[in-house]
Write a protein that binds this ligand. Structure first.
Ligand code: ADP
Ligand code: MG
Length: 707
């Protein structure tokens, strides 16, 4: 939405529109409609094709129709012990139709009289030999109602509390002529090249589709007018992302040139050779580190693809050049694991420190001072890294693992800590396994460069996934026991730590109770361990190390092991009450097994009450082993909002566009945004576009200078 100047009639308060009294005005403004513009950009939710060629004797059941007839009966029916309902009968020369309203009395009910000609608008049902409509809209022909009937397309708006559909439509049609004054934000060159209608034309056509409009296209948001609005939104989105990226690159970064090649570094650090994908990603990262502008890179790779090795290699390059590096992970367990791995890679004596919550105060102080003085070359930790008291002497590289678990502000905080001390921006590497479709990645991570690890390390066997029901519990226990007897290890994941008092969670199994039960029952000949978020860091560490050293065969746990945990000899993972988890989350959990050479099995146990729908949803995991495919299915089920926490990534919310559905428009907008900024990096000559960006992003853009 473009604001040109304050005098535009579009910015006029709705109270000046004739017919809008103080009462209606207060209802409108409570619903967020204050100006003419607000109303004009409230677009129909759905379109109906109206066929009023037929008489009441031959209607088509199941169709949305507009029928005309004489009101012959009107009554309030009061069945015993039930709520009253309202009924009218409409007749024409050939037939009859009854309309009913339950639970509410249409506001127009009292105003219509027997003998009056009416129009009803709704879906036709055919019940017991009679045509019926439930809750149709009534349009009276007196008082200009017929004017609302032009065209064969009927618009349906989302309900606004306190205003009827008819009133809303009337009001919108009243201000619609002002839509011709909506100014055009797009440069003419782009609009014509993309063959798009003007913004003003689009708004008008969406409220009053011209004769012969394609209703299906309208309902699927494929009309040229809707595509235009989606394009504008995406263009603003992409422009904002590019502008944000540019603002981040304003400050200089340390030039980190590694004296060693990727292969040499890998050889020093790991017992294995990097895969070609890992080596490629590492080279891209070292390339960025050598520049004096801060790296802003995403390392993307499915669960178990070996991102940690690449991160440690990048850290080694920074440390070799005399800079500090930091790795921030979302859970204590994962931070602990990274710490252990780093010690393995760099040697016990390397200046590596761990900082997590709940550490003893004295220990923390020692680590903080090591970071501040530069004695610690690599700092590994959780959110504790960005807490007060932590500072770095010379942070050259900040690495954030499982970045989708963090908010933009937390990422920014880590960088700011370094900036405050050194005056430059450190290089940033973020890692995630949460794979999202390509077009979405371009946007959500639009201000990041992306390195991808597409293939898993060699020798991995696929993880077999099965969806089980309660009756298969005993055979599941047997399968686990057999694997444990072969010397393998297993996880069993529960949604709760302890038995819940809450009624909502009645019947849901918990890790603590089950650990007890399983250790004394089916797995009494094996060593059973318990892990959950309420343990202290020392306890967690002890359990995890015991599992690593194979002093525990079966680990009963909550989802604290969901991300990152790497115990290659674990081959079976069970998730109980799997229906309570999202697909992407289950995929992450499944990634805990199949990390070694002996493959893995993931058993998804459905709780007793879950229906077939849950079963169907989980079957996606049985069929798809790729995180990308799982993410797509998850997206289709839950919508994009949930997936990568678009909110967290500092993205504005979209009103018209859908990153998944409208991938092609997104691509076009991205291209155009890029070209526009090449020509005019600050959009000086495009005030309309600037306004578009500002309206979409609001505070996001300026709050979050880093992504
Ligand atoms: P993720 O990408 O999920 O973070 P990790 O970094 O935890 O994956 O690696 C998964 C496992 O693969 C680890 O046990 C790691 O040691 C192993 N690994 C990583 N790279 C290689 C490689 N090039 N060859 C063999 N094993 C590897
Ligand atoms: Mg990892």
């Amino acid at each position: 939405m473009v604001k040109v100047c304050d005098l535009s009639p579009l910015d006029e308060s709705l109270q000046y529109i004739s017919g809008v009294g103080p009462v209606l005005m207060s209802i409108l403004s409570a619903a967020g409609f204050n100006t003419v513009r607000d109303l004009l950009f409230y677009l129909p939710r759905r379109y109906g094709e109206i066929d009023d060629s037929q008489t009441l004797s031959e209607l088509t059941p199941g169709r949305e129709m507009r029928v005309k007839g004489i009101l012959t009966k009107k009554s309030t029916i009061r069945p015993p012990r039930r709520r009253p309902f309202y009924e009218i009968t409409l007749e024409d020369s050939g037939g009859k139709l009854t309309a009913r309203w339950f639970n509410f009395r249409p506001y127009i009910f009292d105003a219509v009289n027997i003998g009056e000609e009416l129009i009803l608008l709704g879906k036709v049902d055919y019940l017991r030999g009679k045509y019926q409509m439930m809750h149709p809209e009534i349009i009276t022909l007196k008082g200009g109602g017929a004017a609302l009937m032009a065209g064969n397309t009927h618009t349906f708006y989302s309900d606004v509390a306190g205003i009827s559909q008819i009133k809303l439509r009337k009001l919108i049609l009243k201000v619609l002529p002002l839509a011709s004054q909506i100014s055009e934000p797009l440069p003419e060159e782009i609009r014509l090249r993309r063959r798009m209608p003007t913004l003003s034309e689009s708004v008008i056509s969406l409220h009053a589709p011209p004769e012969g409009s394609d209703i299906v296209a309208l309902n699927e948001r494929r009309s040229p007018w809707q595509q235009r609005l989606i394009y504008d939104e995406f263009l603003a989105l992409q422009l904002g992302l590019f502008l944000r990226k540019a603002s981040h690159q304003g400050s200089g970064a340390p030039v980190i040139k590694s004296a060693k090649t990727v292969e040499e570094l890998a050889k020093e650090l790991f017992p294995f050779a990097l895969t070609p994908d890992q080596a490629g990603a590492a080279r891209e990262i070292l390339g960025d580190l050598g520049q004096n502008k801060p790296m802003n890179r995403l390392l993307h790779g499915d669960v178990g693809s070996g991102k940690t090795a690449v991160a440690l290699l990048a850290a080694a390059a920074a440390m070799d050049a005399g800079y500090q590096a930091a790795i921030m992970a979302p859970t204590e367990l994962l931070a602990l694991q990274h710490y252990t791995k780093a010690k393995e890679a760099f040697g016990e004596l390397a200046p590596i420190e761990l900082l997590i919550g709940n550490q003893k105060a004295a220990y923390k102080l020692r680590v903080q001072s090591a970071a501040a003085t530069g004695r610690a070359a690599l700092l590994i930790g959780t959110h504790a890294l960005i807490q007060e008291g932590v500072s770095f002497k010379k942070l050259g590289l900040a690495i954030i693992d499982e970045q989708h678990r963090f908010g933009v502000m937390q990422r920014a905080a880590l960088l700011q800590k370094a900036e405050a001390a050194s005056g430059y921006t450190p290089h940033l590497l973020v890692m995630t396994a949460t794979p999202i479709p390509r077009t979405m990645a371009m946007t959500v991570y639009g201000d990041l460069d992306v390195s991808t690890i597409a293939h898993l390390p060699p020798g991995r066997l696929p993880v077999i996934t099965k969806v089980l029901r309660e009756k298969e519990r005993q055979s599941m226990y047997r399968e686990i026991a057999e694997a444990l007897a072969r010397g393998e290890q297993a996880y069993m994941i529960y949604p709760l730590v302890e038995e819940s008092e809450s009624e909502l969670l009645a019947g849901i199994k918990d890790a603590t109770t089950m650990a007890e039960e399983l250790a004394n029952g089916p797995f009494k000949y094996f060593k059973v361990g318990l892990m959950h978020g309420r343990l202290t860091p020392e306890e967690k560490n002890a359990v995890m190390e015991a599992f690593h050293r194979h002093e525990i065969d079966l680990l009963i746990s909550t989802t604290v092991v969901e991300v990152g945990i790497d115990v290659p000899s674990a081959t079976i993972l069970v998730v109980e009450h799997a229906e309570r988890f999202g697909l992407s989350q289950l995929h992450q959990l499944r990634g805990r097994v199949g990390r070694g050479q002996s493959g893995g099995t993931c058993l998804l146990m459905i709780g007793g009450h879950a229906g077939d729908e849950a079963f169907e949803r989980l079957m996606v995991l049985k069929e798809e082993s790729s995180g990308f495919k799982v993410a797509e299915a998850d997206l289709a089920i839950r919508g994009p909002g949930d997936i990568i926490g678009t909110r967290q990534s500092g993205m504005p919310s979209l009103k018209y566009g859908d990153l998944l559905r409208d991938g092609n428009i997104l691509k076009a907008a991205r291209q155009d945004a890029k070209n526009l900024l090449l020509k005019d990096p600050e959009l000086k000559n495009y005030p309309g576009l600037k306004e578009l960006v500002k309206n979409l992003w609001q505070d996001h853009l300026y709050l979050a200078t880093v992504s």
